[in-house]
Design a protein. Structure first.
Length: 148
């Protein structure tokens, strides 16, 4: 009988141990379930609704359009600045060419004046020489006539 009681005690202890193991497993599962529920609740709170997505899309499109506008403005200002620089460079080149042409024309005018003055002096000397020759020939002609 003691053997039977001993076996019954062992069976009771085994059942009790199995029950405790089951309770520990159940408690562990309940803890894991609580953690998952907490994580799920947090995920639901952070979840984005369709309206939120639409609003976010609108905000993103507005920001993209704004940035595109800034980029276009930047390109416009850069193009304007480059156009001004090219125009100023062209004006400088044109002014330098006009200045060179003006100098060439003034130089040509000075050379022409010098030639005209040289020809004028030559003509004047030629006329003066002719007058002197006429005067000498007249005087000589008058002397020769007087001597006859």
């Amino acid at each position: 009988m003691t053997e039977l009681l001993l076996r019954e005690a062992i069976v009771d202890n085994t059942r009790l141990r199995d029950r405790l193991d089951d309770q520990n497993r159940t408690a562990s599962i309940e803890r894991e379930l609580a953690v998952l529920q907490t994580k799920f609740a947090a995920w639901i709170e952070r979840a984005v609704s369709g309206d939120d997505l639409k609003e976010l899309k609108r905000e993103m499109e507005a920001e993209v359009n704004k940035q595109i506008g800034h980029i276009c403005d930047h390109f416009d200002s850069q193009m304007t600045q480059q156009s001004r620089e090219l125009l100023n460079e062209f004006r400088t080149i044109l002014t330098n060419e006009q200045l060179a042409q003006s100098k060439a024309i003034l130089s040509a005018n000075n050379e022409t004046r010098k030639e005209i003055i040289r020809y004028g002096i030559g003509f004047a000397l030629t006329v003066l020489s002719a007058l002197v020759i006429f005067w000498f020939t007249r005087n000589i002609y008058g002397i020769v006539r007087l001597g006859k």
